[in-house]
Design a protein around this ligand. Structure first.
Ligand SMILES: *[C@@H]1O[C@H](CO)[C@@H](O)[C@H](O)[C@H]1NC(C)=O
Ligand SMILES: *[C@@H]1O[C@H](CO)[C@@H](O)[C@H](O)[C@H]1NC(C)=O
Ligand SMILES: *[C@@H]1O[C@H](CO)[C@@H](O)[C@H](O)[C@H]1NC(C)=O
Length: 466
């Protein structure tokens, strides 16, 4: 890595213009963990229209919830007494079906018009651009080719009749032919590398995508290894001939969520889970957190917040900020930037309410997308990353993903029990549609292309923002 990407600690700590590495890449991952079964219970609640109030509530004081009702929301799947089945999408972030408004499913937006390819010598920001239909090279793999693709996001297998969503290519503006990357290049980019994703189900979505891209490109597919233990919060895909491994660690808050003796759950804002030590020595780390912080009421995964071993109350934003800073300090102390490239993937948008994903078959072409996530959280992430000593590449995929209203599983997913939705269930999209995760093949493949594109750029091509 060159100087530009490794400003000295002295420069940073004294300089008012702190630097932030902003790559042109992005990435996320996700997969099914039975560890997250624990949270299914917390996840389900019958449909209620979401209003802005959900976000407002987030910023209010986060009070401890009395312990009593927690048994129903905690660890034991069998003890769950949810009033109705919830889609398995809830495994991870719990709330996807809770909040669309019936009148929201508008007609599909017209496909974006193909614009002229702009030359590569202008300002290239790979996160800015448009979606174009691409008959060649997409999808990057067939769902049927990827034996470990989870049912939750294998939309075709679950009966999704259209496949246009698999064939859009993200075309950054002013970047020439950049980001045209196939499986063979992906394998080369991963050669002799250990790539680790840490975060929630959306980073698992991204992990699955990268594993599928790499697997499908392997000249000898028997030369792979997959560790995917039921009940484990850890997954690995290894391409042996390339000495490349891609891992996923489930940690939706990044900080520790601890179950106490009395079965209450404490979110420890100043502690990281011990398993994070497993990431040490990785060549590439990709973090994310976000959605779990916004769950309120019965969906909230914690009963109380803790600092210094003491129960504390504070607004949601403050808790989020403290947790991120705990994470940032850990990275600054433990990660050697000359050895490890650190990424943070920006928030993955949901399509609910005004922009509901149900029945959508084309991306949104205009820039007018209703906000769906508290802007304050995005601001906190960006600010905290900027103030780190370690250069962190921000995979700013929020906007390009917002346009992909067509790319969610919707009703082509599975139930909480792991079965494809029945015809009757598919006719109840308000209850069952998953507008949070992403079909594979599909959008997360693009996140990975952007991640890999950033990895193979010479460091001088990494953009620094002051
Ligand atoms: C395999 O990759 C690891 C990084 O994941 C690296 O440290 C090691 O040197 C590589 N092994 C060989 C034989 O190149
Ligand atoms: C969704 O599409 C189906 C089939 O084209 C149609 O019958 C249904 O009315 C649509 N629903 C909405 C809410 O647009
Ligand atoms: C991320 O992308 C959005 C949309 O393109 C942009 O408005 C925002 O400034 C970007 N964030 C950063 C930190 O570059």
């Amino acid at each position: 890595m060159d100087h530009a990407t490794k400003p000295s600690a002295a420069t940073l700590s004294t300089s008012s213009s702190r630097r932030w590495v902003l790559s042109r890449c992005s990435l996320a991952t996700l997969f099914l963990l039975s560890g997250s079964l624990m949270l299914i219970a917390a996840g389900y609640r019958p449909f209620q229209p979401r209003t802005a109030a959900t976000w407002d509530r987030f910023s209010k004081l986060q009070k401890a919830i009395p312990a009593a009702p927690s048994a129903a929301r905690v660890s034991h799947g069998a003890a769950v007494t949810a009033p109705a089945p919830a889609p398995a999408g809830d495994l991870d972030y719990l709330s996807h079906q809770e909040e669309h408004d019936e009148e929201d499913a508008g007609p599909p937006a017209p496909a974006p018009a193909a614009a002229e390819e702009v030359g590569g010598d202008g300002e290239c920001d790979v996160f800015n651009g448009e979606w174009v239909e691409e008959p060649v090279g997409y999808p990057m793999y067939d769902a049927a080719e990827c034996p470990f693709l989870s049912d939750q996001v294998a939309c075709r297998r679950n009966g999704r009749p259209d496949s246009g969503y698999e064939r859009w290519r993200w075309k950054p503006r002013g970047c020439g032919g950049r980001t045209r990357l196939g499986g063979a290049e992906a394998l080369e980019a991963c050669r002799d590398k250990r790539v680790v994703f840490v975060g929630d189900s959306l980073n698992r979505n991204m992990w699955e995508s990268l594993a599928c891209i790499l697997y499908a490109a392997l000249p000898d597919r028997s030369r792979k290894r997959i560790v995917d233990e039921a009940g484990s919060e850890y997954r690995v895909f290894r391409a042996m001939d390339y000495n490349c491994s891609v891992e996923f660690l489930w940690s939706p808050f990044l900080v520790s969520l601890e179950t106490k003796d009395d079965r209450t759950k404490a979110l420890k804002l100043d502690q990281l889970p011990a398993m994070l030590q497993r990431t040490l020595g990785a060549d590439v780390l990709v973090f994310n957190t976000g959605h779990w912080w916004t769950h309120t009421g019965k969906l909230r995964a914690w009963d109380h917040l803790e600092r210094d071993g003491k129960m504390v109350e504070m607004a949601g934003e403050e808790a989020f900020n403290r947790a991120l800073r705990t994470w940032a300090r850990w990275v600054d102390r433990n990660i050697d930037p000359s050895r490890t490239r650190v990424f943070f993937r920006s928030v993955s948008p949901e399509h609910k309410s005004v922009n509901w994903c149900y029945n959508q078959t084309s991306p949104i072409s205009s820039g007018t997308v209703a906000p769906w996530f508290p802007k304050s959280l995005i601001t906190i992430v960006e600010r905290d990353i900027k103030s780190m000593r370690t250069p962190v590449t921000y995979l700013n995929i929020t906007h390009l993903s917002e346009l992909r209203i067509d790319a969610h599983p919707s009703v082509y997913t599975i139930t909480r029990e792991g079965k494809p939705l029945s015809t009757e269930q598919r006719q109840q999209p308000l209850t069952y549609a998953d507008c949070s995760h992403w079909c594979l093949p599909g959008l997360p493949d693009t996140w990975n292309v952007l991640l890999l594109d950033s990895l193979i750029r010479p460091p001088s091509d990494v953009q620094l923002l002051g």
